[in-house]
Ligand binder design. Structure first.
Ligand SMILES: NC(=O)c1ccc[n+]([C@@H]2O[C@H](COP(=O)([O-])OP(=O)(O)OC[C@H]3O[C@@H](n4cnc5c(N)ncnc54)[C@H](OP(=O)(O)O)[C@@H]3O)[C@@H](O)[C@H]2O)c1
Length: 314
């Protein structure tokens, strides 16, 4: 009697289960093909043509990523360049080399983003220029991973980090785009802004701000012709990361910048480089956030211990 009831139940459930299975398999297949085609569009075909002088004659870059100024790629596309960074000497070198290599007009503005009274200088430096592309690269991180309350000169550390990593991004977008009806803004956030990174907590939080700010702004202005892209790299071999030997997952700035520029217009939030996109997907979609935070803590505790040991030896 009991086995008869089970048989009837199974028979009754057979058709719905079949359709649930078929629907799931079809959905997964369509999703997979869609992701594959999207991936090919972004990472193989790219969107190299979008950034052109049709957006405006000038491109502005706030500092560089590693030793690479995105400005070189932009100058190659015919943009005149405004370079904004701290050291006038370094700015002069880059500006001379851009003029020699690409025969483009350049302008330099030397400011320290650690202070808040630099935006009038930038505004007057940019007056009358039609800025089509803005690259917000400026950013500082910790000297070494540290517990929040152990950071030396904590008050000035917090103010500088907020001024350089947050205020500069908002203020310069305002200065450059308040009268514009089209253009592209690349705000360099960080993969550290995708989830909290212990012992780099303030840096991670400022980069999360940049990501949210960029995505919100993109939604506000995309219909008015302004694309705002939030760029979230993992490690790139630069002075900031102290990585001397580039690898596939820790590329040179040149390689990273080349990959990143072809994602503009295709992704408004991007890791900018295919291996980083895979890392981003694994750490946000596959691994629970508590595990990511725990691993970040362990990794940075080990780095901190190594740094403090080395410092003691010297
Ligand atoms: N490298 C990575 O792995 C990585 C990963 C994720 C995100 N990012 C982000 O990418 C951006 C570039 O990082 P990076 O690795 O290229 O760093 P970097 O090699 O240390 O370069 C930072 C740039 O910012 C300038 N700068 C620093 N403080 C400044 C200030 N107070 N005023 C004006 N300019 C200032 C530096 O100018 P000086 O030459 O005068 O020092 C330099 O040009 C940052 O926003 C960073 O958060 C980097």
């Amino acid at each position: 009697m009991q086995s008869f009831t089970v048989k009837v139940l199974l028979h009754w459930a057979e058709a719905p289960l079949y359709w649930v299975g078929a629907f799931t398999a079809a959905w997964v297949s369509v999703w997979f093909v869609y992701r594959l085609l999207l991936g090919l569009r972004i990472w193989v075909l790219g969107n190299g043509q979008l950034i052109s002088t049709k957006l405006g004659k000038w491109a502005g870059e706030l500092t560089r990523i590693g030793c690479v100024h995105i400005s070189y790629s932009l100058a190659r596309r015919g943009f005149a360049l405004v370079l904004i960074s701290r050291s006038q000497e370094k700015l002069d070198d880059v500006s001379k080399s851009l003029e020699c290599l690409y025969n483009v007009e350049t302008k330099t503005i030397s400011v320290d983003f650690g202070s808040l009274d630099v935006y009038r200088t930038i505004e007057s430096g940019l007056a009358g220029l039609e800025i089509g592309v803005l690259v917000n690269n400026v950013g500082i991180s910790y000297y070494y991973p540290e517990f929040f309350l152990n950071i030396q000169h904590l008050e000035s550390f917090i103010n500088t980090m907020i001024n350089v990593n947050i205020s500069s991004v908002c203020q310069v977008v305002w200065v450059c785009f308040c009268f514009r009806s089209r253009g592209v803004v690349l705000n360099i956030s960080s993969a550290s802004g995708m989830y909290p990174i212990p012992l780099l907590t303030v840096y991670s939080a400022t980069k999360a701000f940049v990501d949210f700010f960029s995505r919100g702004l993109h939604a506000e202005y995309k219909n008015r012709g302004i694309i705002v892209q939030s760029v979230l790299p993992f490690f790139v071999a630069t002075k900031m990361t102290k990585i001397r030997k580039p690898t596939l997952d820790k590329p040179t700035p040149e390689r990273y910048v080349a990959a990143e520029l072809s994602t503009v217009g295709l992704q408004n939030q991007t890791n900018g480089y295919f291996p980083h996109a895979i890392m981003g997907w694994v750490t946000t979609a596959l691994v629970p956030i508590s595990v990511v935070i725990h691993l970040g803590m362990q990794m940075h505790k080990a780095q901190r211990a190594r740094y403090l040991r080395r410092r003691k030896q010297h």
